[in-house]
Design a protein around this ligand. Structure first.
Ligand code: NAD
Length: 324
């Protein structure tokens, strides 16, 4: 007797790219041991489970674990042998373990290094990584034109920009030709504690740019086990999120599920990128997405958690250099 098909996550269009991304995206920074050590077995198991549950989008960077994330993701994709046309890989350029370099020369070399580590002929999206740490005018006048040339070689299909402060996106998109940037990846700005990205969505849509929202769990703040040591949030924000997690746990609820469902609810966001390093996390995050589609979210608990987090709503932290 055939086993019943596993419920799979929904696919969503990414701006004007024609790509259809799974609404739950696989953030591969944990594969670079960013949130603690991950064995090869755990990495392969998590990515295999992701495919089984309909996740087709994987995001990495040469920066994560000093190239380890790209290497582990490459090894894992190779081991699983999934046809290349069935998944979408995004990586980044300009941010490295030894610092930032958004020069045309560096990003042009960088993609070759990334492709080698990923064991791929092309990536679907190449994103300038955390552009607030570089000169935004260099990104506009030098980096994006260099990426356009890479598009013409077929090494990359689409161009993206990433970073924390939302103003960087409008600064760049107001100054580049239409279609020069295909994708924006924002993080920690569409979750229960911080939803500032919402106000920018109509603008991004008007520019025809696809939107990826990363870190729905606020890089660990909205989890029962809490954030890693390096987390940049203020003590006040950490403590409010801890209180919200404890509140949920005491009522038999899971803050991470609530947080995933909150981020997934807005369909103008094509994919919610969550960092995962175990089969259990993949199962839980996919189950949260499937439950959202079939049952809806737990509005009562969400309202209670939002009330706990109200004093710190949209509180963020500084990131990047002063732009001249
Ligand atoms: P996140 O909010 O996704 O949190 C990840 C943490 O939550 C990890 O410790 C993970 O093990 C844990 N987790 C995942 N699912 C869980 C569950 N169901 N229950 C409990 N814990 C769970 O933060 P993130 O990993 O930083 O962001 C996701 C991805 O987005 C990254 O891996 C990366 O690919 C991308 N990202 C990009 C940028 C950028 O370009 N500047 C910034 C941040 C994130």
């Amino acid at each position: 007797m055939a086993l019943p098909a596993l419920p799979k996550v929904e696919l969503r269009e990414l701006g004007n790219t024609g790509l259809k991304l799974s609404c739950v995206g696989f953030g591969a920074s944990p594969l670079g041991n960013v949130f603690g050590p991950v064995s090869d077995d755990e990495a392969i198991g998590s990515v295999r489970e992701a495919f089984r549950r309909g996740i087709n989008f994987f995001d990495t960077s040469p920066y994560y674990g000093g190239t380890l994330s790209e290497k582990v993701l490459g090894k894992t994709l190779e081991a699983l042998g999934v046809p290349r046309s069935e998944y979408i890989v995004a990586t980044k350029c300009g941010r490295y373990a030894d610092g930032f370099d958004f020069s045309a020369d560096r990003v042009t070399k960088s993609i070759d290094e990334s492709l080698e580590r990923l064991q791929l002929d092309y990536v679907d999206i190449l994103q300038c990584h955390d552009i607030e740490f570089g000169s935004l005018d260099q990104i506009i006048n030098e980096t994006i034109p260099a990426l356009k040339k890479l598009k013409e070689t077929g090494k990359i299909r689409f161009i993206g920009i990433t970073g924390l402060p939302l103003g960087i996106f409008t600064y760049v998109l107001d100054r580049v030709p239409p279609g020069a940037v295909d994708v924006v990846l924002s993080y920690c700005h569409y979750g229960i504690n911080d939803s500032a990205l919402e106000d920018l969505l109509p603008y991004l849509k008007s520019k025809g740019v696809g939107v990826i929202s990363a870190s729905p769990l606020a890089m660990g703040l909205l989890t029962e086990s809490g954030p890693p040591e390096w987390h940049p949030a203020s003590a006040e924000l950490k403590s409010a999120c801890r209180a919200a997690a404890v509140y949920c746990k005491e009522r038999g609820k899971n803050i991470s599920k609530l947080a995933m469902q909150y981020s997934l609810s807005n369909k103008d966001i094509s994919s919610v990128l969550v960092g995962m390093n175990s089969i259990k996390q993949v199962e839980e995050n996919v189950a949260a997405a499937v439950e959202l589609e079939t049952v809806g979210k737990d509005e009562k608990t969400l309202a209670e958690v939002e009330a706990i987090l109200k004093p710190v709503k949209n509180q963020t932290w500084s990131s990047g250099i002063q732009q001249s």
